[in-house]
Design a protein around this ligand. Structure first.
Ligand SMILES: [Zn+2]
Ligand SMILES: [Zn+2]
Length: 292
């Protein structure tokens, strides 16, 4: 059974290499850190920019270098916005937030994973798909602590320091997962609500094979919510999608793939025997928050 929606190399949105980050819009570039992306939102050579997500452990120098090449030396961002707090998105968050002394914004439901108070539920290595899934029990899931810099995303849906953008609550992969959306040019920063490579497979992850997928299976704890979130994103009809994993992708074929993923979510995205398919972990009953 097909477990993915294939995309073509020609759908990849990369226009040119801008230093070490890949520019996809005049005011957006992303930096691939082994298997995860961070987004640098802001015009090149302008001092005002925002970092979305904070990479894998050990990636601090690479992020700082990419930022310096794009925005100039000693140009810290105005804020760091978190799509969610999994280890591959908060790898150097403590170091960057403290070093730059900038606010970190996240959804209130994600706060316990970012202020040291809760761990994520354990990953599910039984979801299949490859070595990344099998190795997932080794991935860190204990919280980071950026309490002094941590702020809630504003309830009105605006994104601090990113005019023209809105945050959308897209839970399922994690309870406080958000995606960022700019209506004017239909740009979607999807986080891990959808990804554009097979995150469970070490091979696909290594070559960044373009395919549209639901959220990485081993770390998704509520599949019903994940399905609703993908439906919400499909309705947006995005022109450009930059996800937490995989290449940025653009155009009609990608939109069609997103609709198909939404329509056939149960077959394409939900693991047949996942531990959390029957027993989701949720915020409402506290089951999404483990002891740190
Ligand atoms: Zn994640
Ligand atoms: Zn991720």
């Amino acid at each position: 059974m097909a477990q993915q929606v294939p995309l073509e190399r020609s759908d990849i949105a990369n226009e040119r290499q801008d230093g070490r980050a890949i520019q996809v819009l005049a005011d957006m570039a992303y930096k691939q850190l082994v298997f995860v992306n961070v987004m640098l939102v802001g015009q090149a050579r302008q001092p005002h920019w925002v970092l979305v997500d904070a990479g894998i452990p050990g990636s601090g120098d690479r992020i700082r270098r990419a930022a310096a090449e794009r925005f100039g030396k000693d140009t810290p961002p105005s804020a760091i916005i978190m799509t969610h707090g999994h280890f591959d998105h908060v790898g150097v968050l403590e170091e960057l937030a403290a070093g730059w002394n900038v606010p970190v914004y996240a959804h209130p439901l994600e706060r316990p994973y970012l202020d040291g108070s809760s761990a994520y539920p354990p990953p599910d290595p039984t979801v299949g798909g490859g070595a990344m899934a099998l190795l997932s029990p080794l991935f860190p899931r204990s919280p980071v602590n950026v309490k002094p810099q941590l702020r809630d995303l504003p309830p009105d849906g605006s994104v601090p320091e990113m005019p023209g953008w809105r945050w959308l609550h897209t839970p399922g992969h994690s309870v406080g997962h958000v995606s960022l959306w700019r209506e004017a040019d239909r740009t979607l920063i999807a986080g891990d609500a959808i990804v554009t490579t097979a995150a469970e497979s070490a091979y696909a992850t290594a070559v960044q094979k373009p395919e549209l997928h639901g959220p990485p299976k081993y770390f998704t704890h509520d599949w019903q919510a994940a399905e609703t979130s993908v439906a919400k994103l499909a309705l947006l009809e995005p022109e450009l999608i930059v996800a937490g994993h995989g290449h940025a992708m653009r155009g009609e074929a990608v939109r069609a793939a997103l609709h198909r993923l939404s329509r056939e979510f149960r077959q394409l995205a939900v693991p047949p025997h996942g531990r959390f398919v029957e027993a989701p972990r949720r915020a409402e009953d506290g089951s999404a928050y483990d002891a740190p």
